[in-house]
Design a protein around this ligand. Structure first.
Ligand SMILES: [Fe+2]
Length: 190
């Protein structure tokens, strides 16, 4: 029941952008492959899976003129785009601040923190290193890999090997080096 509710909610992004739904499904798949190597307890596995499926749900609040703009975003447009992790987290919480009964706190934290960077230069809170929830550190790598290996209207997909090189280049800066090492050991990248 819960899994169906999460999948339905994730699929709502299809109304806005079919790429978004596919992207969330791919990030969920890559996260799941990575998690298999970690031998995590079942509940944490499910938390990360759900968070990956919902990580960009806040983009349904971004105006189409910004979300679908092919060129470079202006500073103001970029500021609006950067709101999507917080919008997503708020969407999954209820109005008086108590957590929605069917989405747990760790799922919401993963959504909110998936654009934080290992070096502290990310958003929305500038969290650094292990202050970033593990859920979000895993989603960040899977998210970047899927974004780079997907065709978009404004650029062609990178080959898997090139995307993997870029993930390695950003290890210890954008990404948790241990998550990168695990990701490169999966059969996703090669
Ligand atoms: Fe995102």
């Amino acid at each position: 029941m819960l899994v169906h509710a999460i999948e339905t909610l994730s699929g709502l992004s299809d109304l806005k952008d079919s790429y978004l739904t596919k992207h969330q499904q791919n990030v969920c798949l890559y996260s799941a492959v990575l998690l298999k190597t970690l031998h995590l307890p079942g509940d944490l596995f499910e938390t990360i899976r759900q968070s990956a499926l919902l990580h960009d749900i806040g983009k349904i609040g971004i105006p189409n003129s910004i979300l679908f703009r092919p060129g470079r975003l202006t500073h103001n447009e970029w500021e609006i785009m950067r709101l999507h992790p917080v919008t997503g987290a708020e969407l999954l919480s209820n109005r008086n601040g108590n957590l929605n009964p069917f989405v747990n706190n760790e799922v919401i934290n993963g959504v909110k923190s998936h654009h934080e960077r290992w070096d502290g230069a990310g958003y929305p809170d500038g969290l650094k290193g292990e202050d970033i929830p593990l859920v979000a550190r895993i989603i960040a790598v899977a998210d970047a890999y899927d974004a780079m290996t997907s065709n978009r209207p404004y650029r062609k997909a990178l080959p898997k090997e090139e995307a993997a090189k870029e993930i390695i280049r950003c290890s210890g800066k954008q990404f948790d080096p241990r998550v990168v090492a695990l990701f490169l050991n999966t059969n996703v990248t090669f």
